[in-house]
Design a protein around this ligand. Structure first.
Ligand code: SAT
Ligand code: MN
Length: 598
């Protein structure tokens, strides 16, 4: 493919000199190119063919055993001033990062092919959309990028002769975690990644461009780049409203984005606009509009079944790359939580013999599918709309066994930003590190905000101030448990019951009870017809315990203090107000034998 853009050509030349590949391939995103690369990957073992009769176009990739998730401790934001990256990011001085990584890139593509992948994030012709070019020496990365983004002509057409694109340099290097770095240079609109072939470490359009660098660009240009799904919900009267939801990785965003209404809610329909990332801009009518910058889904596989996500189950039967799942003797994939029972024998995610008696899991907990959005039967008709969709409500959700009710509404945009800023969640397998540990994860952006959180919250407040009709903001928690550790809420399709109330509240309807933390649904306000939830469970789900919240408020204060003077006053005010409201409710009896939360 002949690429005329002079800035791209010059940059590729520069990287060629540094990395010294044997050859350069310019990618056009065509099917012929996909077929050629797939064949090459089958020959090298980078892909394993799955049963083509049962699952046409499906392949399995096994990553290196120590390269199975994002590595946050090796991810850096390289701004001239450390404070601009904030305590929420690892920081390296730009010159140091360049020197360190240049040494690793030196000659790293000898004996390899350098692929140039021009890609567009967002619909063609949209004012939201941005162009990136990824240089990579991984065919697997190219094959994933052509599913997750719009590769080739749409990107080059959008860019024209301009040099305004994100420079994404990726090399597998030697795949050693000791020589693995993912460095962002916001001021140069550049990402340098080396030493990993996995997910957000390597598919640089996703977290690196569409969140870390885009959040920085959004601050400069007056918009928001968020770790949010976008869901269209149509009521029985035929009216469609749009909701976004921010949840940490592996907390069910893809399932919620493809929610199937329960049988007991006839007439309701849902449409997927996005499952992971939203770019949001104020519209001329004073509402907030969102697009999904991606073109595919990179979803967590374990737990995916007809019950949890029938739409995803159907869409991954063809043209899907599976990474780190188990392989059955008939050449089909399997994972924990699959519709079929465990096979008598299989190969596990590392290709080792596995039986149900094995002590280890067959599929890696962070194993993934990569599937084109066009294969999703509930994809929204607005998916390609260059103007985006108007957002009525935003959810901030997290994984919390205790303290946080099923849902509550903020009193205002500013209070909603505070709810996002104080989000905390129990960790999952999507990043390396311990699972199940409570950590603060503001707006589910802790690993993805490309600059100081204090400045980011200030930016959120500024965007809100420009909106005549801001979305209503809610906090949700599908994961509250009873004393026996069992989930109280059924989740999945039943989450529509919560969203129904959310949309009623967004329109000034829906019954609520005011509590110190915000508005929770009044008794009978949630539509529970046809659900078998007990009244006792509902009470537990909606309970707000002032003693729990006293400790939460204290820990929030310590967290905000870590950002020093960068915390906007509006956020401090909300914290102060919550502290006082809790204080007013509390009785001395409430304070016995508590552990910290929120
Ligand atoms: O590995 S990714 O960052 O692409 C997926 C995730 O953690 O959400
Ligand atoms: Mn994500």
């Amino acid at each position: 493919m002949a690429v005329e853009n002079a800035a791209i050509r010059a940059w590729v030349k520069e990287i060629e000199t540094l990395c010294t590949p044997d050859q350069i391939v310019w990618c056009d995103g065509s099917e012929a190119e996909r077929d050629r690369l797939t064949k090459e990957c089958l020959a090298t073992g980078e892909l394993i063919e799955l049963n083509q009769q049962k699952m046409p176009g499906c392949y399995l990739h096994r990553s290196a055993a120590h390269d199975v998730a994002r590595t946050e401790h090796l991810t850096f934001v390289c701004t001239p001033e450390k404070l601009d990256a904030g305590p929420n990011n690892n920081w390296m001085a730009p010159a140091d990062a360049r020197a360190k990584l240049s040494a690793l890139y030196q000659g790293c593509m000898k004996g390899r092919t350098l692929y140039v992948v021009p890609f567009l994030m967002g619909p063609p012709g949209s004012r939201f959309s941005k162009v990136g070019v990824e240089i990579t020496d991984s065919k697997y990365v190219v094959l994933n990028m052509r599913i997750m983004t719009r590769v080739g002509k749409p990107a080059l057409d959008h860019l024209g002769a301009s040099g305004d694109f994100t420079r994404c340099l990726h090399s597998l290097g030697d795949l050693s975690p000791d020589r693995r770095f993912i460095c962002h240079f916001p001021e140069d609109n550049t990402v340098w990644s080396i030493g990993s072939g996995y997910g957000g470490n390597a598919l640089l359009g996703k977290k690196c461009l569409a969140l870390r660098l885009a959040s920085y660009l959004g601050k400069k240009e007056g918009w928001l780049a968020e770790h949010m799904l976008i869901l269209g919900v149509q009521n029985p009267q035929g009216e469609t409203r749009y909701v976004t939801g921010a949840f940490p990785s592996a907390c069910g965003k893809t399932n919620l984005a493809m929610l199937q209404p329960p049988a007991s809610m006839p007439g309701w329909k849902t449409f997927t606009v996005g499952d992971d990332i939203a770019w949001l801009r104020p519209g001329e009518d004073g509402r907030l509009y969102a697009i999904n910058p991606e073109a595919g889904f990179f979803g967590v596989v374990p737990g995916t079944s007809k019950k949890t996500n029938a739409n995803a189950t159907a869409m991954i039967q063809s043209n899907t790359i599976f990474t780190n799942v188990a392989l059955r003797p008939d050449g089909t994939p399997w994972w924990e939580g699959h519709d079929d029972p465990a096979p008598a024998t299989a190969l596990d995610w590392q290709g080792r013999p596995w039986t149900p008696a094995s002590s280890e899991k067959a599929a890696h907990p962070n194993s993934r599918f990569t599937t084109p959005a066009s294969q999703c039967s509930c994809i929204s008709p607005e998916f390609e709309n260059p103007n985006g969709v108007p957002i009525s409500a935003m959810l901030f959700g997290a994984r919390r066994q205790r303290v946080v009710p099923l849902v509550y509404q903020s009193r205002s945009w500013q209070h909603g930003v505070f709810l996002g800023a104080t989000l905390s969640s129990e960790t999952t397998a999507a990043a390396t590190g311990k699972v199940g540990v409570l950590r603060r994860d503001p707006m589910a952006m802790l690993p993805f905000c490309g600059y100081n959180f204090g400045d980011y919250w200030a930016h959120w407040l500024e965007v809100g101030a420009k909106l005549k009709h801001p979305p209503a903001i809610f906090r949700t928690n599908w994961f509250r448990t009873n004393d026996a550790g069992k989930f109280l809420w059924p989740g999945f399709g039943d989450n529509l019951r919560v969203i129904k109330w959310v949309l009623e509240r967004a329109e000034g309807k829906g019954e609520a009870r005011e509590t110190p933390i915000g508005f929770v649904p009044a008794t009978n306000a949630l539509d529970l017809r046809g659900s078998d939830l007990s009244g006792e469970s509902l009470d537990k789900l909606l309970a707000v315990d002032p003693a729990d919240w006293t400790e939460a408020v204290q820990s929030q204060g310590e967290f905000f203090d870590s950002f020093g003077g960068r915390i906007p006053k509006g956020i401090r005010d909300e914290h102060e107000r919550l502290a006082q409201a809790i204080q007013t409710e509390i009785t001395p009896d409430d304070m016995r034998g508590r552990d910290a939360g929120n």
